[in-house]
Design a protein around this ligand. Structure first.
Ligand SMILES: Nc1nc2c(c(=O)[nH]1)N[C@H]1C(S)=C(S)[C@@H](COP(=O)(O)OP(=O)(O)OC[C@H]3O[C@@H](n4cnc5c(=O)[nH]c(N)nc54)[C@H](O)[C@@H]3O)O[C@H]1N2
Ligand SMILES: Nc1nc2c(c(=O)[nH]1)N[C@H]1C(S)=C(S)[C@@H](COP(=O)(O)OP(=O)(O)OC[C@H]3O[C@@H](n4cnc5c(=O)[nH]c(N)nc54)[C@H](O)[C@@H]3O)O[C@H]1N2
Ligand code: SF4
Ligand SMILES: [Mo]
Length: 694
């Protein structure tokens, strides 16, 4: 028996990007562990990825190319050869491109975060074709844009410093489920005497374990930040020296914040005046004492109308109190922009046909866009969609429209997948893709600052191929003969980071592959001495760029589209706010088909407050129907004080086919977009709930 340990990287859309050690015995992966030597992984994996072999060797892995034989959505397929599959696709794409290349749309997201199996060969292929661009907005754009207005780039407090903070605000995040290795650091801080405060409408697993939980109304975070500024300024809890040296617009900000009295803030957020004042004092006084105050702001606050503004406002707080002076102070949204990615080399936008300026389709409005006809504003109707690393039928908003779009008889759909997902059911051609254990990749991260390598641990299952190989083969069938279409995965990985940038000057693919990981060359405290990558070089309380972009240049409050306060007419019919954050044992819709993880989650639930339940004669365990004008889905009621009154929570994202009614939470979410970044508003939803049966 031969046993080896292969260095790999978790590919999932999770800030932690763990370093993995894969045990391989006689060609079979028998165990996946966290690398104990990698500082942020520290030998620990989440439950999902500790079961990685169960997913890899799952009986329902797609092993051969298939073509559809049933109706779209029915999920009936028959096996075909790779030759037949590739010829069919190339012929259909050639025909569509001859009419109009923009009628072809790639649809992909972060099924793998790998820079090779994500957008490298695929992007080259679609650039060369002149296909429509996809605006990849579904997750992080609102906050990303908001953060950039204030700070300049998605750069923040290093994960490896948080254990030294004395106060941590966990704002719109549920790290026990979604950012475990940050939670480990927060726990260490707690043991060192730090106070943890969760700001979340729902008593999540994390909120339950913090010293304090502030359960504000969804979509009101920007108001809470303004209320904090009000108190900090009024009580002089400021770092005047830091403000003078490293910020712009303090006087205007002070005027604006003056409008946000604790009373107004408390009324807007649905919390007490005391909570507002005490939060600001905790923050300002801890900073004043010379200790580090840190904020982990996350994605939970961004999926509402004013999600961008919320992040923009919260990002102003550290500069007000001088929190950036400490390595353990400041704020982290994402570490993405710390990585000097070499996007130009990976994706080769220069391959676009001369003069071509393809339109951009927003992935968050795919429902509407698949149903649009050719028009001067829209351009050509979408004739062909190639889906990879994504499951839009389950995860995109207003999914009855998404499904209706994918059900179009005249639409040609190709899906590259590991499993027959809800989206795969609509494919004309379904192609088996390799998993992380079967291919090579290189990764950046959005929660730490290590460059990461993934070696293939086992040979591909069945006839599965890496995304890159599938697009290489398609490129050759399309007659694309640029040398970059023959680049190997290693050759692509070698170009991942820009070595002329000082942060990645030591990047070398061959040694990274051997070591597994390598920290970027970055300072511990990114803005201790200012140097913000904004146009002014300062932290921008006032943003001229926002003004140019048609936004309020100062922090402001943008109410939700759908809430009792902002839309009382709608709230008469649909009085309950609904949010649908991720379930701990799923990763978006990935892992829902892994039996052991699905059994832990049980079935789709809806958490509802006892008072709201009583008003509707709903008891714990009843089947309920959640509905609004867009649609409905069913779940099992969990009557619990975890959901504040007026709020219901459906942990997600279930595959529709694993629900009793074949639907999921995205039946009721809307395609309206956020104030910044054109992102979806998954948590900006009003619904009514009724009992179906006991
Ligand atoms: N286990 C697991 N981990 C994951 C994922 C997963 O599906 N499962 N998904 C990954 C991905 S793609 C992402 S983007 C992240 C998401 O993970 P997070 O960034 O943690 O975001 P969410 O889980 O969407 O929401 C976090 C918390 O915000 C709360 N929240 C909802 N609305 C509001 C609001 O208006 N204001 C405030 N203050 N809080 C609000 C929710 O109740 C929830 O408890 O996690 C990643 N990690
Ligand atoms: N209601 C509601 N909806 C949401 C959210 C929410 O909180 N609530 N969260 C939103 C967020 S934050 C996000 S990021 C999106 C996530 O949406 P998606 O990025 O679509 O994520 P997944 O649902 O995990 O689907 C990824 C798919 O990629 C496949 N895959 C993985 N690796 C590979 C590979 O190497 N090759 C190929 N071909 N396929 C691969 C997996 O099998 C999986 O089916 O969902 C959004 N939708
Ligand atoms: S999903 Fe996140 S926590 Fe789990 S192994 Fe992957 S990177 Fe680590
Ligand atoms: Mo996400």
């Amino acid at each position: 028996m031969t046993t080896s340990i292969v260095r790999a990287t978790c590919p999932h859309d999770c800030p932690d990007t763990c370093a993995l050690l894969v045990t391989v015995q006689d060609g079979v992966a028998t165990e996946v562990r966290g690398d104990p030597e990698h500082p942020t992984t520290a030998g620990v994996l989440c439950t999902k990825v500790s079961r990685y072999t169960e997913r890899t060797y799952h009986q329902e892995r797609l092993l051969y190319p298939m073509k559809r034989i049933g109706k779209k959505g029915e999920g009936k397929f028959t096996r075909i050869s790779w030759n037949e599959a590739l010829d069919t696709i190339a012929n259909r794409l050639k025909a569509a491109a001859a009419k109009h290349p923009e009628s072809i749309l790639p649809y992909s997201y972060a099924g793998t975060m790998g820079m090779v199996q994500g957008e490298s060969m695929a992007a080259r292929f679609f650039h060369k074709l002149g296909a429509s661009f996809l605006d990849r907005t579904i997750c992080s754009m609102a906050g990303g844009v908001g953060y950039r207005y204030t700070i300049g780039a998605r750069i923040g407090t290093d994960l490896e410093q948080f254990q030294s903070a004395k106060l941590i605000l966990i704002w719109g995040g549920n790290p026990i489920a979604s950012n475990l290795h940050f939670w480990m650091r927060a726990q260490e801080a707690k043991r060192n005497g730090a106070k943890l405060i969760a700001i979340d409408p729902y008593r999540s697993l994390t909120a339950e374990k913090c010293h304090q939980h502030i359960a504000l109304l969804p979509g009101t975070d920007s108001a809470l930040a303004l209320g904090m500024m009000h108190v900090l300024i009024k009580e002089g809890l400021l770092d005047r020296d830091y403000i003078a040296r490293h910020t712009i617009g303090f006087d205007q900000l002070a005027q604006r914040a003056a409008e946000w009295t604790p009373q107004r803030t408390a009324d807007t957020c649905g919390i007490t005046i005391d909570e507002v004042v005490q939060l600001a004092r905790d923050y300002g006084e801890t900073a004043r004492s010379g200790a580090a105050v840190a904020i982990r702001v996350n994605y939970g606050i961004q999926r509402v109308h004013g999600g961008g503004m919320s992040v923009r406002n919260i990002a102003c707080l550290p500069a007000l109190v001088g929190a950036w002076r400490h390595a353990a102070g400041g704020i982290q949204l994402s570490s993405s922009d710390t990585f000097p990615r070499n996007v130009a080399a990976l994706q080769r936008r220069d391959l676009l046909p001369a003069g071509a300026k393809p339109r951009t389709i927003n992935m968050s409005t795919i429902g509407d866009d698949l149903l649009r006809d050719t028009s001067p504003e829209f351009g050509p109707k979408i004739d062909a969609v190639i889906v990879y690393n994504a499951n839009p039928v389950a995860v995109a908003p207003e999914s009855s429209k998404v499904a209706q779009g994918f059900a179009r008889e005249d639409l040609f759909t190709v899906v590259l997948e590991h499993f027959q997902t809800d989206t795969a059911d609509y494919a004309d051609i379904l192609l088996p893709a390799t998993t992380q254990l079967e291919h090579v990749d290189v990764h950046a991260a959005y929660g730490h600052t290590y460059m990461m390598a993934n070696n293939a641990a086992i040979v591909p299952m069945g006839e599965a191929k890496p995304n890159t190989e599938i697009f290489r083969l398609l490129a050759s069938r399309m007659g694309f003969d640029e040398p970059c279409f023959s680049d190997s995965d290693d050759a692509i990985a070698r170009e991942a980071f820009n070595k002329s940038d000082v942060r990645a000057i030591h990047f070398d693919w061959d040694s990274l592959k051997q070591r597994g990981w390598q920290k970027l060359n970055v300072p511990d405290a990114p803005f201790a001495h200012g140097g913000f990558p904004t146009p002014s070089g300062k932290c921008e309380f006032y943003s001229e760029t926002m003004k140019k972009d048609g936004l309020d240049p100062l922090p402001t409050y943008i109410p939700p589209y759908e809430s009792v306060a902002s839309n009382p007419k709608l709230a008469k019919r649909y009085p309950l706010a609904m949010i649908s954050p991720p379930a701990r044992n799923f990763l978006n819709s990935t892992f829902v088909n892994v039996q052991s993880l699905r059994s832990t989650e049980g079935e789709p639930h809806l958490d509802i407050h006892p008072i709201d339940a009583a008003q509707r004669s709903i008891e714990n365990g009843d089947r309920v129907r959640i509905h609004n004008d867009r649609g409905s889905f069913e779940a099992k009621a969990r009557v619990t004080g975890k959901a504040r009154q007026g709020l219901v929570v459906g942990l997600s994202i279930w595959w529709k086919k694993f629900s009793a009614d074949g639907k999921n939470v995205n039946e009721v979410t809307s395609q309206r977009l956020t104030d910044m970044g054109k992102a979806p508003t998954f948590y900006d939803v009003l619904v009514e709930v009724e009992k179906v049966r006991s």
